[in-house]
Design a protein around this ligand. Structure first.
Ligand code: ADP
Ligand code: ZN
Length: 643
């Protein structure tokens, strides 16, 4: 499997950027310990140094931060007295970024509302004294009264806008406070603007360019593919059992499990704790301190599994998340891409598993409908004009289209990497043996034996029971369940009663939902929807159609030696790797920073594979820069050589 993201560059009208000089590469080596830049990074950094506006779209883990962190150093060398600013929506992330940069000896600071006044004063003084080259601020602060004027007196060279898709209402994560950033151009006419984001369709890219008034921007769009992620999509039968199987492959690893409801996150995390996992739950309904506590425990590696609603994610920055599990289907491919994107940011192999059922689609549809009804009622009360109603209709239609795309992705038999890349409008470079990193290409997708017959039996049961019931009841009839309801309705005497005896109830319910998905059954409208046969359903019942039903996969072990076991040509000493992780945890706790600020998993893995025995050898490892070598070199060497 490839481990470096494949990066494609789009030529800009002004032609390619000039090559970077050696001093820049030396910065990258000295501060970050990387011996090369990725192709798109080089271009973005060159644009940043030249003061040319840019829009960088790179998948999570692609290395966006370097794009705006490197240019300020070059500007300082060239004697430019102005500073660079990075606008970031999340205060928690800002603090971690600044901690990480400072531990590398990089002159960064942040200004945000979570700081005490004297802390803020100290930062302002440091900025004035020229000790800060990159200043992180929140969007509301940047354009707050007086602050932009103050910055103007300091002089702003360039402004990077992180998570730039938040400015677009066509995106999936529109934030009203980002709208104000449209004023940046007017407020800082001499600064160049650099937008970056992980998820932006061409339409959102266009919107970012026009909202921010970017001038002849260099457009750099990386591939949406994340080659180190292994995608798996399974019909959900017994969700908890399926989850345990995934977690069994990731003992001691960081895992995020996404659920739809708050209640579900609570009961599921409780269940996992009983099963012996260090699990916690996270959702927007928890008190702020509790959320903070969970986030911190996860970042500090005291918690392995977080069961969360989508509220969890934007603020976490743990690069070694080894699995992201969706217990239910997200409402769009964009959400799926962003949530799964939290896995494997360190470039090491990680797994993304989606459990889904047609029931999820039904749920999302009803959420879309009821929120549209509410919005419509509000518009009516406020006497809104037709345009407002039309805009609402548009956004409802868009919500449905997003959902349908997600549904297609879950149901596809095409390579998942390919499907995602093509969904985002990019070309997929096919490989004869498949991607090697999705359930389709790995040959794990299992079909129900005799799918067509099973489908006919289920359809027949729907007809025999009068097309008046839901999936669970139909499943009970065909499996010959002795329930009170079946007895009362006299359905135990039907010829279809018990024709699928011995099959798992949840698996059967899932099959019924698949029949809805295939358009063979339809759900009626109203408060008590029931299943009825469609014209296609009747054809299938008559045996005129082949039907393919997916079955949940059987238990599988690890599919092959992972990045953890083999690193390059070297075998990883896994017990040494675990010891280095423990050392990292200890050092991080002493210093009050998250562990990844010490070293990333990728760096520890390389240490455990190459076993450096001198400082010079240690310096050759990716992620070991000059300051860290001086700070931590001896400690880590001692741990490696005594191990
Ligand atoms: P993004 O913000 O795009 O999600 P990051 O900037 O956090 O990505 O980088 C992702 C990971 O890749 C980090 O662990 C970072 O240290 C690593 N990385 C970035 N650039 C390079 C490089 N040129 N060489 C090696 N590793 C890199
Ligand atoms: Zn594939």
């Amino acid at each position: 499997m490839r481990t470096e993201p494949h990066i494609a560059t789009q030529d800009a009208p002004r032609g390619p950027m000039p090559a970077l000089d050696d001093a820049v590469l030396e910065d990258v080596r000295r501060i970050w310990g990387f011996d090369a830049l990725r192709p798109l990074q080089s271009e973005a950094i060159a644009a940043g140094i030249a003061g040319r506006d840019s829009l960088v779209v790179m998948p999570t883990g692609g290395g966006k931060s370097l794009c705006y962190q490197v240019p300020p150093l070059a500007a300082a060398r060239a004697g430019d007295a102005r500073i660079d600013v990075c606008v970031s929506p999340l205060i928690a992330l800002m603090k971690d970024q600044v901690d990480g940069l400072r531990s590398n000896g990089y002159p960064a600071a942040a200004l945000h509302s979570g700081m005490a006044p004297d802390e803020r004063d100290a930062v302002r003084r440091a900025v004035r004294a020229g000790e800060v080259r990159l200043l992180f601020v929140s969007p509301e602060r940047l354009l707050a009264n007086g602050f932009d004027a103050w910055l103007g007196t300091v002089g702003v060279r360039a402004i990077a806008i992180d998570e730039a898709h938040c400015i677009s209402q066509w995106g999936h994560d529109f934030r009203p406070e980002y709208r104000q950033l449209a004023r940046l151009r007017a407020s800082f006419p001499r600064a160049s603007l650099h937008a970056c984001t992980a998820t932006a369709t061409p339409r959102v890219q266009q919107d970012i360019v026009s909202q921010l008034e970017l001038r002849d921007p260099l457009l750099l769009v990386g591939s949406f593919d994340r080659p180190n992620l292994v995608y798996r999509v399974e019909p959900r039968a017994d969700g908890r059992k399926q989850l345990l199987e995934v977690l069994g492959r990731h003992r001691g690893d960081a895992v995020i499990v996404y659920c739809l409801s708050r209640k579900e996150t609570e009961s599921l995390s409780e269940f996992l704790r009983k099963e012996g996992f260090h699990a916690g739950c996270y959702h927007a309904g928890l008190a702020a301190e509790e959320r903070h506590r969970v986030q911190e425990a996860f970042a500090e590696e005291r918690l392995d599994v977080v069961v969360a609603t989508v509220a969890f994610g934007m603020g976490i920055d743990r690069s070694n998340v080894r699995a992201v599990v969706h217990m239910t289907m997200p409402k769009s491919v964009e959400h799926y891409q962003q949530e799964t994107g939290r896995a494997g940011r360190d470039g090491l192999e990680s797994e993304c598993v989606l459990f889904h059922s047609y029931a999820d689609v039904v749920k999302w549809q009803s959420i879309i409908d009821s929120s549209a009804d509410e919005a419509r009622a509000r518009l009516g009360e406020n006497g809104a004009d037709d345009a407002a109603f039309e805009a609402l209709d548009d956004s409802v239609a868009q919500g449905r289209a997003h959902l349908e795309a997600m549904q297609r992705m879950a149901g596809t038999a095409v390579c998942r990497h390919r499907w995602i890349v093509e969904h985002f409008g990019q070309e997929w470079h096919a490989r004869p043996a498949g991607c090697g990193a999705c359930d389709v290409c790995l040959g794990e997708v299992r079909m129900m034996p005799d799918s067509t017959t099973v489908a006919r039996k289920l359809l027949s049961a729907v007809v025999r029971t009068g097309q008046r019931f839901g999936a669970a009841y139909v499943a009970d009839v065909v499996r010959g369940a002795e329930t009170e309801e079946v007895a009362r309705r006299g359905h135990a005497s039907l010829p279809t009663y018990g024709i699928l005896r011995g099959e798992d109830r949840n698996a059967l319910i899932n099959c019924v939902f698949q029949l809805v998905e295939h358009g063979l059954l339809a759900r009626t409208e109203g408060d008590h929807p029931v299943l009825v046969l469609t014209a296609e359903g009747h054809r299938a019942l008559r045996g005129e159609l082949e039907v393919a039903l997916r079955a949940p996969p059987r238990g599988r072990g690890r599919r092959h030696a992972t990045a953890r076991e083999v690193h390059g040509a070297h075998e990883v000493d896994t017990s040494l790797f675990e010891r280095l992780r423990a050392l990292r945890r200890e050092l991080a706790a002493q210093r009050g920073v998250p562990p990844y600020v010490i070293f990333s998993d990728a760096t520890l893995l390389e240490m455990a594979a190459r076993r450096p025995s001198t400082l010079a050898e240690l310096a050759g490892i990716k992620g070991v820069g000059e300051k860290k070598l001086a700070d931590l070199g001896e400690t880590f060497l001692a741990a490696i050589t005594t191990g």
